[in-house]
Design a protein around this ligand. Structure first.
Ligand code: ZN
Length: 52
């Protein structure tokens, strides 16, 4: 799993959850964002903006 914003590798926990978040873009496509990007961009709007 790679971050769709910064291309960093996203770690997964032993429960299979990612250390980050998923956001859906305008086309309904699921994108992954790493913990660092999530921390920097905070809101879903900001994350989606960074994906463009
Ligand atoms: Zn990232």
């Amino acid at each position: 799993m790679k971050c769709d914003i910064c291309s960093a590798k996203i770690e997964t926990t032993f429960l299979g959850k990612i250390r980050g978040t998923y956001v859906r873009d305008a086309k309904g496509k699921q994108k992954a964002a790493c913990f660092e990007c999530q921390r920097k961009l905070v809101t879903k709007e900001a994350l989606l903006d960074a994906l463009k």
